[in-house]
Design a protein around this ligand. Structure first.
Ligand code: RB5
Length: 146
């Protein structure tokens, strides 16, 4: 399953992304927030991380003003490899080299039309099969204490 979460600064971009996913017929769950009323991004990052970490097949999209705070907080959840995505290339490499399961975007710093393309690339790119990438991603996962 694909999960999306944002704070108030990412709400408008999340709305744009969910509209795009609906149009494409992609199933997802929107974990909030559901308005531009001020909230704390760690609360939404932790909910996102906890949902995504339940299955290796799950993916997440996290959005705050810059993408930075929600990325930092999501990475505190064991099993989460959240990546700050800022181009088509980083969207693909986050999957190919890092096996990232969460992509983070900035609602105040990135153009929605770009983010739509980057999200699609993130969701459709498989991890590179080279053993070195798998080994490195596993080391990152093992470093997160339970
Ligand atoms: C909220 O004003 C803003 O600080 C937050 O969305 C985010 O950018 C933090 O990293």
């Amino acid at each position: 399953m694909l999960f999306l979460a944002s704070d108030h600064a990412g709400f408008a971009l999340k709305e744009r992304l969910t509209a795009h996913l609906r149009k494409k017929g992609v199933a997802f769950k929107d974990l909030g927030t559901h308005s531009e009323d001020s909230v704390d991004y760690p609360d939404f990052a932790f909910a996102l991380g906890q949902h995504v970490a339940k299955s290796p097949e799950n993916r997440g999209i996290g959005i705050c003003g810059t993408g930075i705070g929600i990325c930092m907080a999501a990475n505190k959840i064991p099993g989460i490899r959240a990546a700050m995505v800022y181009s088509l290339e980083t969207a693909k490499l986050a999957r190919q080299h890092n096996d990232a399961n969460v992509a983070c975007f900035g609602g105040r710093t990135q153009k929605p039309a770009d983010v739509v393309k980057w999200m699609d690339a993130f969701l459709s790119t498989p991890p590179d099969s080279a053993k070195r990438h798998h080994r490195r991603a596993e080391k990152v996962t093992r470093a997160q204490p339970r």
